[in-house]
Design a protein around this ligand. Sequence first.
Ligand code: MSP
Length: 477
Amino acid sequence: MADKKFYLTTPIFYPNAKLHLGHAYTTTVSDILVRYHRLMGEKTYFLTGSDENTQKMVDAARKDGKEPLEFLDGIVARFSSLFSELSISYDQFIRTTDQKAHWPGAQALWQKLVEAGDIYKKEYEGLYCVGHEAFITEKDLVDGKCPDHGTAPEFIKEENYFFRLSKYSDAIRQKIESDELLIVPATRKKEILSFIAQGLEDVSFSRPRKADWPQGLGIPVPGDDSQVMYVWCDALSNYITALGYGQGGELYEEFWPGMHVIGKDILRFHAAIWPGMLLSAGLPLPKTLLVHGFITSGGKKMSKTLGNVIDPEELLAEYGTDAVRCFLARHISPFEDGDITREAFKDAYNADLANGLGNLSARIMQLAATHLEQGTRPEAAEFPAEYIQAMEKFEINKAAEFIWSRIQALDQKITEQAPFKLVKTDLEAGKKIIFDLTQELYVIGCMLNPIMPETSKKIKDAVAANQKPENLFARHD
Ligand code: MSP
């Protein structure tokens, strides 16, 4: 097992605004999966980062009265502080303005596409949506605006380098059909296959360097400084540049190919353009794409105007890291859209944590501290098959559901077998039940490790020390 490798990436985030709960979701799901594989004894590598060479970031910086590169540092510092509050255990945070870590690899990959004869120059005109960082077509527009971003696209006429993605339509389709590139859930696999069946078109892969972009923003196209790489070409390559691709990186040899966690809105980039680039360069395709849904609030897309935006920092300040992770893991399906409101969060917190896990741990350990001798060591925990199966299939919510079914079963056991009464009439029998309860609580503590790392440790420590855990979760009213 020790030489089994697990490489997982999050998407790299656009640093034009603060991250919201949707972004926190992608990252938390990723972290739970990595922690699970680490728990299973695998060697893991976990990458996250920011997608910085973008027009939307430049616009946001200028609106804020700042120079883009200075603005970036401020936003990226907030990303890492949010990730640390969420206990995200990443190994590396890649920034696409990093000229040492990212640019050489991105340029080496571009060069491979050139060598394969897949890059050509073309005069092009089209409608560019800055929100998507992609060209869109007339028929995508509603009242002249992009329906996802509510903004009118820019009309662009320019000479670009194009990537011959069309050449790889069949090869990509085969890799996806055969699950060599596994797309989870199956509905997303179907969706992308029907998109590919129409035939993939070549993609504009560079833009003329903008006069108002500072030096240091935008990766120069090798051999043509007047052009910078298209931001998606630049961004996707982060998954291997971070491992030192193109620079003799050992991490690349060790960990690529890996798995990408993404939201449903960026499926085409990851299941068409990215495999196309890798095929062109003769590199292995990712093993898995886990495609999650969107988080809504009160059934609606979170938006400032509706006032339903949920700020992860506020939730974290009010309820703590593990409570937020628990909600995202247990109450949102990793495969479909999910909803959250403050009310639903509070109710779930009280039921799952204050009355559920917190109360159960306190009850069991109170009994143990009173009746068991010190030094009653927990035995090594075996992970139940249901838990393993759910986690291996990325069904984090099912794994959590299983843990909570165990919590309920233990609650019931205490009520039915009433060890607190039994100790008065048959001390040894009462102690045996209490001991068994501590062992089962220990297994719950172990299973919680990927979802709620701190709580997991507290529970395991409490069982090992035969003590009541510190106040775990106070009720919120
Ligand atoms: N920069 C690109 C990704 C490049 S990866 C090579 C990007 N960035 S993003 O900041 O807009 O989005 C990052 C991730 O957050 C995406 O996976 C996206 O699906 C996810 N989410 C954004 N809003 C979301 C919700 N409301 N709910 C769940 N996830 C959503 O796209």
